[in-house]
Design a protein around this ligand. Structure first.
Ligand code: NDP
Length: 337
């Protein structure tokens, strides 16, 4: 059983010392347990926070323990009611080949799901995040302008596409021309601006001639600074993530801008609301799943996945996710045999 464990807490970006591949015997499931073979591991930005020894909405990973993460697995042996050998399941089994489970918190996906890995993306946590954050906090109305960064990732891509379904102007921000072309040509964004362009601020302004009514915040940093002056009175800011800050070791140099930022929120009467998806929206999943299934079936929502073959490549793929080297939802196909 291969496991990728947290070897050392990183300072800044994770490096070669951060994670370690350990190998041990395949665990044996006891009475009332089942053995799961992990097929797909989801890589998500929040995992960077779990590497820190700091208080957050979830506990840190202990040194020497496998990294946590959402997984799609198959049942190898089962003594758990409701789970049979061969069933596909959605579990939270982390970065490893096998795991033993008592079935608590595990969802049975049946024997033949059409797209098993989608449970980690468009039909799972990132898709649900986009749906709840945009519709329940952002409250977009037809004709309004919705802006999101990380626009080709699983959250941002879904935000933009739902904004279009709701009759809004959708403006994306992404890293590089290829991702921006994908956002416009495949996902249907009205415009997508390259965050690395030297005149990024001016391009964003030109793409939002009527200002910004909903800014779905995924990244913070320089993107937020460019968005702030464009926010309209009564704008809504679902505060979802701040990926530009996850590897930061200290606050950036410079003047304290908190007064200017809060002052802008005040005079424009902006609503900023942070959320942690499963805590904030404990009961909305069935409604989301029904609506999202319909949108996918009718071609209104498209989904791009980047599959990494082999658990041993997960650490590099994870760093790539934080740096924007990914293109779409990153899942690791755990076994490359
Ligand atoms: P993505 O696949 O979109 O990956 C993160 C992306 O962030 C990168 O691909 C890159 O895109 C972008 N990025 C990286 N560095 C910077 C930077 N310095 N400035 C601007 N953009 C940057 O991830 P997800 O779709 O899975 O997640 C998106 C956000 O949603 C994250 O902040 C995540 O933490 C958050 N989240 C929050 C949840 C909640 O409950 N609150 C639940 C799920 C996700 P590019 O190169 O294209 O700019």
């Amino acid at each position: 059983n291969r496991q990728i464990v947290l070897a050392k807490r990183p300072v800044g970006a994770p490096n070669a010392d951060t994670l370690r591949l350990d190998t041990s015997d395949v665990p044996v499931a006891g009475a009332g347990e089942m053995l799961l073979r992990i097929e797909y591991l989801s890589l998500d930005p929040y995992m960077r926070g779990r590497m820190n020894d700091s208080k957050s909405y979830a506990d840190p990973v202990a040194i020497g323990s496998p990294m946590v993460g959402g997984t799609v697995a198959r049942v190898v042996t089962s003594d758990v009611k409701g789970f049979a050998v061969g069933d596909w399941v959605l579990s939270f089994s982390g970065w490893q080949d096998y795991a033993v489970s008592d079935g608590v918190g595990v969802t049975n996906m049946g024997t033949d799901p059409a797209h098993p890995s989608w449970a980690l993306g468009i039909m799972g946590m990132p898709g649900f995040t986009a749906y709840c954050g945009l519709l329940l906090i952002g409250e977009p109305k037809a004709g309004e302008t919705v802006v999101t960064a990380a626009a080709t990732g699983p959250v941002g891509a879904t935000v933009g596409q739902i904004a279009k379904i709701k009759g809004c102007r959708a403006v994306g921000i992404a890293g590089g021309a290829e991702k921006c072309a994908h956002a416009v040509n495949e996902l249907g964004f009205d415009a997508c601006i390259d965050r690395n362009a030297p005149d990024f601020d001016a391009q964003l302004k030109a793409a939002c001639p009527d200002g910004i009514d909903v800014y779905f915040e995924n990244v913070g940093g320089a993107v937020f600074a460019a968005v702030l002056p464009l926010l309209n009175p009564f704008a809504r800011v679902p505060l979802c993530g701040l990926v530009s800050q996850y590897n930061a070791t200290s606050l950036p140099e410079g003047p304290d801008r908190s007064g200017a930022i809060l002052g802008a929120f005040l005079v424009k009467k902006v609503k900023v609301e942070g959320f942690i998806v499963w805590d904030s929206f404990p009961s909305q999943y069935p409604e989301f799943a029904k609506e999202m299934t319909g949108w996918i079936e009718t071609g209104k929502i498209k989904y791009r996945e980047q599959v990494i073959e082999g658990l041993e490549y997960a650490p590099d793929a994870f760093n790539g996710l934080l740096e924007g080297r990914n293109f779409g939802k990153v899942v690791v196909k755990v076994s490359n045999s």
